[in-house]
Design a binder for this molecule. Structure first.
Ligand code: HEC
Ligand code: HEC
Length: 188
């Protein structure tokens, strides 16, 4: 009799755990799940990194570490002399310092917060393009890329996060801080 009750208790605990996890993993922000970091919005932690901004923010905004998994950052750091066709070799900072920041805050680190969603449906373990992550595409699939991005003089490329996400440099990507230049909210 007692064993039976324990089993039932265990089962109930297990079920509620599964329910909690899958709910927290859903896209809905209004969940009741009060524990994990997922409840927060898209706000990247630890973005104030002067050395990183100096080395990796000259040609595009310094992408917060949360936007790629560790293996992707390592692949990027391993081929800086041919970085998307450009030479992005570090000038002042030891690569280990940049690497430490990126790995400690990557999409698969404990500081990922809600950005761990970016790991969903990955096709390779070490992607180097944020804009080609399946979850990134899913979040931007309603944007008319020709009109609103490529031919938009104030955007030009999906890689220019900060053109639409006003506070991207501070790591804020919440949908409430998005504005596509030259278009009205009702257009997208
Ligand atoms: C010399 C200029 C330059 C520097 C310096 C540079 N990058 Fe880049 N980066 C580029 C270019 C060019 C692209 C491709 C942009 C495009 O295709 O629109 C790119 C793309 C990227 C992307 C992919 C963006 C996407 O489209 O999803 C990541 C991630 C990235 N860089 C990280 C870094 C990191 C980390 C550093 C510092 C170690 C760095 N970059 C320094 C020029 C630079
Ligand atoms: C052309 C404008 C534009 C560019 C460029 C852009 N985004 Fe977005 N982003 C949007 C819009 C619009 C949404 C959808 C907001 C909504 O769901 O209402 C969005 C949504 C998001 C979301 C989900 C926000 C939420 O609360 O659900 C994330 C995360 C995000 N973008 C990250 C990025 C990153 C990282 C980059 C750069 C690599 C980027 N975006 C570039 C327009 C843009």
């Amino acid at each position: 009799m007692q064993i039976k009750t324990q089993k039932q208790l265990l089962l109930a605990l297990l079920l509620s755990l599964i329910a909690g996890i899958s709910y927290a993993d859903s896209d809905d922000d209004k969940g009741w799940w009060p524990f994990g970091k997922k409840a927060r919005g898209y706000q990247a932690a630890n973005t104030n990194q002067p050395e990183y901004s100096f080395e990796c923010g000259a040609c595009h905004m310094p992408y917060p570490a949360q936007l790629l998994p560790k293996a992707g950052w390592q692949r990027i750091l391993g081929s800086l002399d041919d970085h998307f066709g450009e030479d992005a070799t570090l000038t002042k900072t030891p690569v280990a310092e940049i690497e430490a920041y990126l790995l400690a805050n990557a999409a698969d680190s404990e500081n990922a917060g809600k950005f761990s969603n970016l790991l969903r449906g990955l096709k390779t373990a070490d992607p180097i393009r944020i804009t080609e992550l399946p979850y990134y595409k899913h979040k931007h699939d309603e944007i008319d890329s020709k009109r609103m991005v490529l031919n938009n003089p104030d955007v030009g490329s999906f890689s220019e996060c900060n053109a639409c996400h006003d506070k991207a440099k501070e790591g804020t990507f919440d949908e409430h801080t998005v504005k596509i230049p030259n278009f009205n909210k009702r257009d997208y």
